[in-house]
Design a protein around this ligand. Sequence first.
Ligand code: ZN
Length: 279
Amino acid sequence: MIIDFHTHIFPPEVVENRERFAARDEVFSRVYGNPKARMVTVEGHLEAMAQDGVDAAVVCGFPWADPGLSEMANAYVLESQKRFPGRVHAFYTPPLSAGEGALGAAADALKKGMKGIGEVAFYRAEMVEEDWAHVGELARIARQFSVPLLLHVNEPVGHEYPGKVGIRLRDIWRFTVDFPDQPLVLAHWGGGLFFYELMKSVRTSAGKLYYDTAASPFLYDPSVYRIAAEILGPDRVLFGSDYPLIRPSRYFREIDGAGLSPEARAGLLGENARKLLAL
Ligand SMILES: [Zn+2]
């Protein structure tokens, strides 16, 4: 079974009215204001999954600044899971504005059957103390429901792109020390944090730390798959496409040529996700 651990969908009214929503939400405008930034509804997503041989996907919304838009978009993701059980695993994507309301909404979403929280993303500016405090609150809720948390991380170095903000890898490490039992999936190869798992003091608290491959073809040399497997072993890397940003088939071509062991390959493509989602 192939599971894509990192994808995004939007309600049809958002896909059809990009400009209107970009005018209403500054964060959305920053990432999706450009008409070339692809968006899909759940139907479009399922069609691409079928074409590329993906059996199931973790489906996220978007971290809207506006809590009302966040509620609308999350409701669509949950409804999609109900319509397509087993194929769509809905994650609750909290709005960018932290606060009591956001936490209540997260707990509510998990009560209604959503399978995790994420992609938690702070696209506006560098993650500060206050943002990490909010991630901590979300982790407490995730822990209550025994579900994973998916966090957007980008590289602290390299070229700029929409949504890329400053992030300090040491803050993520500190989180793993504070929440050693909470499964935390770091998107986009964790901004390279996995390299530091060669450090004993980082490795010690990283048992529940996972890395997804989202956007890898845009960011990394394909040898990253083999090197990550060598450092992390077969159990903690998850195939995630960030579809509709990049099609799964493009990753499969890189993965096929990566020289992974059968165990690492099976873990990456679905087995690790299956365990994490308790399927
Ligand atoms: Zn991301």
